[in-house]
Design a protein around this ligand. Structure first.
Ligand code: NAD
Length: 268
């Protein structure tokens, strides 16, 4: 298989390094607005090429993988779908806009291709998908992160919250996923994925807690419905160079690529 990765940051680089080890993967085009990041990656990854011409890279690829930003999803994913390419998207927050999600769904259907969304930084997504087939009454996600994960977040500045003065766990957001994704676009992809899997952004409740003593990014999901109850905790190691991102998010993407490229699929 040939692939294109958009975004050469923590997740994109981790994926590219793993693709080096996969027999099924022949060539990896990588695009980033910071070309230098890709050039550095090329010094250690033989299969990686810088995607000078993204349309050409898409044309030559079997799978387009976004690991960049919500704006990159808007900019490139519809184009890839129009070209009939399967896409894997990490910046899931982009799909909380119903119109955009619908546009991508219709394009994928018309062109006979797929939009894949990995479970990301939480476990339990496949259980919520299954539970949603019957009826789910409520879904709550509580995310506990260290202050560093919220450095320069505008919402906190507007609320007058000073990260350095937080000495004990503090709830900084308690509301619906629709608003959480808007105010914390770089932090709440898990809330977006959970909403898409379960009862939607209008009904999924999100609580974000800053814990000054936290060293891990922790997510607790509770769901109740006809199926019974789900409660699961995920305690994630952050990437050293990017505390907003959990290592598990990159691993879930690698796992998704292995499922798509391989021939044995556990946990469909
Ligand atoms: N689904 C999940 O559970 C989950 C978990 C963690 C992160 N994420 C999301 O995945 C994405 C990547 O995360 P990361 O930690 O690797 O981020 P990162 O900041 O380390 O890297 C992102 C890279 O993408 C590049 N980029 C951004 N916008 C671009 C554009 N329009 N065109 C080309 N390049 C662009 C940046 O230059 C940067 O090098 C982020 O949007 C993040 O919010 C999702």
């Amino acid at each position: 298989m040939k692939m294109t990765i958009i975004g050469c940051g923590s997740i994109g680089k981790t994926l590219a390094r793993f693709l080096e080890t996969m027999d099924e993967v022949e060539l990896v085009h990588v695009f980033d607005t910071k070309q230098k990041a890709v050039e550095e990656l090329m010094t250690e990854c033989q299969k990686v090429r810088y995607a000078n011409n993204l349309e050409d890279a898409f044309e030559k690829s079997d799978l387009i993988i976004e690991t960049a930003s919500q704006s990159a999803v808007h900019e490139y994913i519809p184009k890839a779908l129009e070209m009939g390419k399967n896409v894997l998207v990490m910046s899931v927050g982009a799909f909380v806009e119903d119109d955009f999600k619908e546009k991508c769904r219709i394009l994928a259907k018309q062109k006979g291709c797929k939009v894949y969304i990995p479970s990301g930084a939480v476990c339990g997504i496949e259980g919520i998908c299954a539970a949603a087939i019957a009826e789910i009454e409520e879904v709550i996600i509580m995310s506990y992160k260290p202050p560093e994960a919220f450095r320069n977040v505008k919402y906190l500045k507007n609320k007058g919250i000073d990260l350095d003065s937080i000495k004990r766990p503090k709830v900084i957001f308690n509301g619906h996923a629709k608003d959480a994704v808007k105010y914390f676009p770089k932090n709440v992809n898990v809330a977006a994925t959970l909403s898409l899997a379960g009862i939607g952004i209008e009904r999924t409740v999100v609580k974000i807690i800053i814990d000054p003593k936290a060293t891990l990014n922790t997510h607790r999901i509770i769901a109740k419905g006809k199926f019974g109850e789900i409660e699961c905790w995920t305690r994630n190691m952050p990437f050293p160079e990017n505390p907003r991102t959990s290592y598990l998010a990159a691993l879930s993407l690698i796992s998704a690529v292995k499922k798509i490229a391989g021939s044995f699929w556990v946990g469909v």
